[in-house]
Ligand binder design. Sequence first.
Ligand code: MG
Length: 265
Amino acid sequence: MPVTIKSAREIELMRAAGKILGKVHQDLGKELRPGMTTLEIDRTGEEMIRSYGCIPSFKNYQGFPSSVCVSVNDEVVHGIPSDRRVIQEGDIVSLDIGVIYKGYHSDAARTHGIGEISKAAADLILHTRESFFAGIRYASAGNYLYQISAAVQRTAERYGYGVVRDLVGHGIGSHLHEEPEVPNFRRFGRGIRLRSGMTLAVEPMINEGTGNVEWLDNGWTVVTRDHKLSAHYENTILITGGKPEILSVTEDEIAEGVWDPGGML
Ligand code: MG
């Protein structure tokens, strides 16, 4: 499937999907507390998604059983919610959520600390987000895809972290996963030239130790091989002639100054 350029109508729908997803992330993030099971997180998230008239993108996607991927500590992505998994003070919890609004997907992830977390864990979360923003400085029409990838990698490795290579970001639109793949590390060549109207899910998965990962026997959950921590930060973005639009940014992040939609790159 070729890389799709979204029409004005499609872009409007993806803006709406992203706005809803930003709200779900913001509200669900505030619900997290020690003693909650990961299944409760999933149920609460699914209710929020459906309250906006959206469908959870991940539910039944290739057989995935849940609406929210809840990945704790050394789990990188695709943690399967369970009523036996209780989150505790000091954990870090990555929530990866996709919504479908009128046929269009938005995909985003955030990692949250539960109560008091270690300085090392807090730094990992912060710098994973920083690597995303370093990457999207290059996410404008006329640049090349792997400029994003290289900037993510450079930023993460500057802190001594490992970049996960077995999983990558992706194009997104009427399908959850579209072309192109968006790696978080340098690949040979420079990748495709970015054009206005492309929509991408850029999603650094950054490990405290090495970038090596393995799959659990459930066939889904990816964990760090050294069982050190992993963080995930993802947004659905729209490529424009200038600064990209982060379709799934949260209002709190804008208030915090993490991203200024009207500002300079
Ligand atoms: Mg994604």
